[in-house]
Design a protein around this ligand. Structure first.
Ligand code: GLA
Length: 394
């Protein structure tokens, strides 16, 4: 949506066209490899996308927060008195959770009007939630002139999701949305937050995101279940090693003692996390050495482990990946994000792109009855302010 139309919608909701709101943008993200490692203190390799969330925001002299979205027909008004109340299963929990974090830091929130407008496919595992959180956090920091660094905004947004929304997510999504850089993937150590931008030079190869369009019911509770399983696996391994997170041991160390985890399911969960962590390190070397074929093989291995060890894929994701991997010209394919539906990411040679979309789309539909959507990803920058247009005519 262009800026003029966004302003029009803002004034349709909130009136007073003589006061222009500021505009901010935060992208969504796609993770290349390193899935379900972040909350285990491991490595990830995400990048920011061209799709994201715009936020138009303006302060008002009344004790209310007015929130609206162009994506759903919904507008609400929250009184500014005391703490915010969570709404069951609602997107407003993301901005309200961020405001709650500001209040917990004794940064007082004044009255304001916010209009969100996003083009990230909803509920597709491309971090539309982290995008809403980060755009809110960044805009509030600017508007309130709060003394918070970008890393603090990232941590605060993750806390909003953990404490207000109730999903025990790691830090990958907020970090990618906040720190993304055009044409680079972020190699992030989620324990220390040390990070390095790795150029994604995919000469003649496109990064294709495919949405299964499967409804992700109960995904949040299954996600929290995996987080808890990993913590339980640590309690067994910490009898043998001085560790507090699964990422702290190597695959060789784990391999020798894995039988000490009596529960077979927990053992597989740990096997995924620890092997995936090593795959990220190998994948980063591949990117530096421009060894895209080996990178693709690691993507395929990652999917296999997420399917068999971590069990977060399901029929639709497995079908979309299996059909992609059959196409000549596909370097690698895997699910991306939390799983349980959502998207896959594939590296496809440019010559094979049309055939890929057509064949994979057709076979996926035949097998699942669902229609997949395909997007060619452009690796983009993180959260930012959008300069106001020179002219606006209401
Ligand atoms: C979701 C979470 C992230 C991460 C991924 C899985 O996107 O928000 O923190 O755990 O799942 O890698």
């Amino acid at each position: 949506m262009d800026h003029q139309s966004l302003f029009d919608l803002f004034f349709q909701h909130f009136g007073k066209p003589e006061q222009l709101p500021a505009i901010y943008f935060a992208p969504g993200r796609v993770n290349l490899i390193g899935e379900h490692t972040d909350y285990n203190g491991g490595f990830v390799l995400p990048c920011a996308l061209q799709y994201g969330t715009y936020l138009l925001i303006r302060q008002v002299n009344e004790p209310v927060i007015r929130l609206a979205s162009t994506n759903v027909d919904f507008q609400t008004e929250v009184p500014l008195s005391g703490s915010f109340t969570r709404m069951e299963n609602h997107w407003v929990n993301y901005p309200l959770g961020v405001m709650d974090q500001f209040q917990q830091r004794k940064i007082s929130i004044g009255g304001m009007e916010l209009l969100f407008s996003g083009d990230i496919p909803n509920n597709a595992g491309l971090s539309s939630s982290a995008s809403i959180e980060m755009v809110t956090a960044f805009a509030l920091k600017e508007l309130l002139d709060a003394d918070l660094s970008l890393v603090e905004l990232i941590k605060l947004s993750q806390k909003a999701e953990n404490q207000f929304v109730g999903v025990n997510c790691g830090i990958m999504d907020q970090f990618a949305v906040g720190m993304g850089e055009k044409a680079h993937a972020i190699f992030l150590n989620c324990k220390t937050l040390e990070n390095k931008m790795v150029p994604v030079l995919l000469d003649g190869i496109s990064m294709v995101v495919a949405n299964t369009n499967k409804q992700r019911g109960l995904a949040d509770s299954k996600y929290n279940e995996r987080v808890a399983e990993c913590q339980l696996a640590v309690t067994y391994l910490s009898k043998l090693f001085d560790i507090s997170q699964l990422s702290e041991i190597s695959f060789m160390q784990f391999y020798k003692v894995q039988e000490q985890i009596p529960d077979e399911v927990l053992r597989r969960r740990a096997r995924h996390v620890i092997s995936e962590n090593q795959r990220v390190l190998n994948a980063v070397s591949c990117l530096w050495n421009n060894n895209i074929l080996e990178f693709g093989a690691l993507m395929n291995a990652s999917h296999e482990s997420l399917r068999d060890n971590y069990e977060v894929t399901g029929f639709e994701l497995d079908t979309l990946v299996a059909e992609a991997q059959k196409i000549h010209g596909v370097v690698g394919s895997r699910m991306t994000g939390a799983g349980f539906g959502g998207c896959t990411v594939s590296l496809v040679t440019n010559e094979a792109l049309d055939h890929f979309r057509e064949e994979v789309g057709k076979r996926y539909h035949e097998k699942t009855g669902l229609t997949a959507d395909f997007y060619v990803a452009e690796v983009s920058d993180g959260v930012r302010i959008i300069p106001l247009p020179q002219t606006y005519t209401p």
